[in-house]
Design a protein around this ligand. Structure first.
Ligand code: PRP
Length: 217
């Protein structure tokens, strides 16, 4: 009998793209695409159970073992440092973490820099490495507001298309790192459901290299 895999998907566009990939490699659960507010979906035949989780909570479900695997942005892994296995770079949801602000926001390098962010750990370690004294202002969204209305000098945030910065007359001032979606697994699930999880990884790897080939030809 196949081992049932519980998968935490990040609610939203990334989660839907990932589900479609999983569907293509034999883990379909069609009900999930019906427009409903249901959060858990199961397909016994394919031995799979999906959850829709808030993207920043995916690693929590996986770390606690209520999901065997999950899909999470590298930003969340760097910020939360969950105790999970990182298995694969899905090369989806690509973006970067950057310092952004008004053009001259970094002038006056000796004063304490006010940094607004939803990534306090990433921002702190970035500035600790540069030995720059900062004050973190933790926000939960619409981070770009902070430097515009004078709450902070800069922000440390995700930049994907750059549209939000552009429309708010802000600029990338420093790049911190590239981000993409990662497949993670609970440590004991990986031990007890090794075959199911390794098969899944292998299918995803084969699929990724197939996609690469298609692009090259
Ligand atoms: C993220 C991020 C930026 C925006 C960047 O916000 O915090 O605001 O996307 O994307 P862009 O470069 O393509 O414009 P999100 O949409 O997650 O909403 P939030 O402000 O509530 O965090």
């Amino acid at each position: 009998m196949k081992q049932m895999l519980s998968i935490a998907l990040p609610k939203g566009r990334l989660g839907e793209s990932v589900y479609k990939i999983f569907e293509n490699i034999g883990l379909a659960c069609p009900e999930i695409l019906e427009n409903s507010r249901k959060l858990i979906f199961e397909n016994e035949e394919n031995a799979v159970r999906y959850f829709w989780a808030k993207p920043s909570d995916v690693a929590i479900y996986v770390e606690h073992g209520v999901a065997d695997i999950g899909i999470v942005g590298l930003d969340i892994l760097l910020e939360q440092k969950p105790d999970v296995f990182e298995l694969l770079d899905l090369e989806l949801g690509k973006c970067r973490i950057a310092v952004a602000g008004k053009k001259d926001a970094l002038k006056g390098a000796d004063r304490k820099l006010r940094v607004a962010t939803k990534y306090p750990a990433i921002a702190s370690s970035y500035y600790a490495e540069k030995s720059r004294e900062i004050e973190i202002i933790k926000l939960n969204g619409s981070i770009e507001l902070a430097p515009i209305i004078g709450l902070s000098d800069v922000i440390v945030d995700i930049v994907e298309t750059g549209k939000t910065l552009k429309e708010n007359k802000l600029f990338v001032l420093e790049e911190i790192c590239d981000i993409s979606a990662r497949l993670i697994a609970n440590r004991s699930s990986f031990r007890f459901k090794t075959e199911a999880i390794e098969n899944l990884c292998e299918n995803l790897r084969t699929r990724n290299s197939g996609v690469e080939k298609e692009k090259i030809q």
